[in-house]
Ligand binder design. Structure first.
Ligand SMILES: [Mg+2]
Length: 420
């Protein structure tokens, strides 16, 4: 039987690339994107990587470099990134039906039926670039782990022109030799130490270890990884993602919250979003937790969380709001400067599982109301229609000082092209 053929398509410096699509002036300039609340660097353009600015560094530590090198700084604009991701996904899905969306900017593919996987990958890459403006890299190999490894080299080594086909033994051996174990998919710092203990510092050395005895000494995960490096596929495409068991909506505040009304508004907003997420996935929640805490770096640190059973399990915004506000009220302690709060849902299940108590709850009527609410907000934009409990001013919202326009999701912010 012939070996399966996997590929991984990964958007290059995705968030930075999204910013560049709608601001071509940035094409050759250094760009960084910051995490929520403009805290740390979460995406860097190649120019910034070359300056040695590491991923995750707090932005205040590189203030001088930003001025010195004229680095363009953006707050994260997830509405834009999410929409661009959806566009990339739809182009890939049209071309390759057998795929697995792995993250916001990565998709695994199966190319077994393809007569020329390398050619198809090149075409796909060109099409994604043409239709979305997002540059990508593609790695091709006989296992997912190796496709990921090939992708790494497709990105780093310009000679590959964005597509690295690691199916030939000679090239594969060379790539494995050039890849340190810590860069392999699924190897974190703990496993890196294990590999080093066995004298394996590269993917090539690791692939030569005996998988069966490593399984005995460690676990099946390591065994599978070694086999995957040796071109024996152990990880299939997961085309239907496993349903989530929990869901969290949490945010840091732009300024310390000391007013209970503000806190209740924030928690209500998170609960509303959590309910929407549940409904998007056709799920109901069995339990809700609300938590809030002050800054752990200050003296009077306090953290509180309370949980409530949802009976019957549901995804109804008005019930979520009532529950969340009750929990938040009980968590709240006056005199503290709260930094963050959140709503976490547990034991999510699909509608048809679990027991519904229909006696006190007219589920179908409530579901209709929620459907209408979602339909209106889908058509006119998030929070066009919202519950009063969410508040109107929302001064506690995150800092997003450097946010780019929502060029693809808000009509007023769509770029205007003038023709002469
Ligand atoms: Mg990427």
């Amino acid at each position: 039987m012939s070996k399966p053929i996997y590929a991984l398509i990964d958007c290059n410096n995705f968030y930075c690339s999204c910013e560049r699509v709608f601001n071509p002036r940035l094409a050759t300039q250094p760009v960084i994107v910051l995490s929520n609340n403009d805290g740390c660097v979460v995406a860097r353009s190649e120019e910034v990587k070359a300056m040695g600015i590491p991923m995750g560094i707090p932005v205040f530590k590189i203030k001088e470099l930003i001025t010195k090198y004229n680095i363009n700084v953006f707050s994260s604009n997830y509405a834009l990134y999410g929409d661009m991701s959806r566009r990339v996904q739809s182009i890939v899905a049209q071309a390759i039906p057998h795929h697995q969306i792995y993250s916001i900017d990565e998709i695994f593919l199966r190319l077994d039926d393809d007569l020329d996987p390398f050619e198809s990958a090149k075409k796909l890459r060109a099409r994604v670039l043409q239709c979305t403006g997002i540059p990508t890299s593609i790695g091709i190999a006989h296992t997912k782990t190796l496709a990921k490894l090939a992708n790494l080299h497709a990105k780093k080594n310009l000679k590959f022109e964005g597509v690295c086909d690691a199916r030939s033994t000679a090239l594969l051996t060379r790539l494995r030799r050039q890849t340190p174990v810590e860069s392999i998919w699924g190897i974190g710092s703990a496993l890196t130490k294990v590999c080093h203990r066995y004298g394996a510092s590269t993917a090539e050395a690791l692939s030569k270890l005996d998988p069966a005895s490593l399984r005995k000494a460690h676990n099946i995960g390591l065994e599978r990884l070694i086999r995957e490096l040796g071109e024996v596929a152990c990880f299939e495409l997961e085309t239907a993602p496993a349903p989530q068991k929990s869901c969290a909506v949490t945010r840091s505040f732009s300024h310390p919250v000391t007013d209970k009304a503000e806190m209740l508004e924030a928690v209500a907003t998170y609960a509303t979003r959590a309910a929407e997420k549940c409904r998007e996935n056709g799920q109901v929640a069995q339990a809700m937790q609300v938590f809030m805490h002050t800054s752990p770096h200050r003296e009077e640190y306090t953290w509180d969380a309370l949980c409530a059973q949802m009976s019957p399990p549901n995804a109804d915004t008005s019930i979520f709001l009532k529950t969340a506000r009750t929990l938040a009220n009980a968590c709240w302690k006056a005199g503290y400067r709260y930094k963050k709060a959140g709503v976490i849902l547990f034991d999510l299940s699909t509608h048809h599982q679990g027991s519904l108590n229909f006696i006190s709850y007219d589920a179908s009527k409530r579901e209709q109301t929620m459907e209408t609410l979602d339909a209106i907000n889908h058509k006119y934009g998030r929070n066009s229609l919202f519950f009063g409990a969410q508040g109107i001013n929302a001064s506690w919202r995150m800092n997003r000082e450097h946010c780019s326009p929502h060029s693809t999701t808000v009509l007023e912010e769509v770029p205007i092209v003038k023709a002469k």
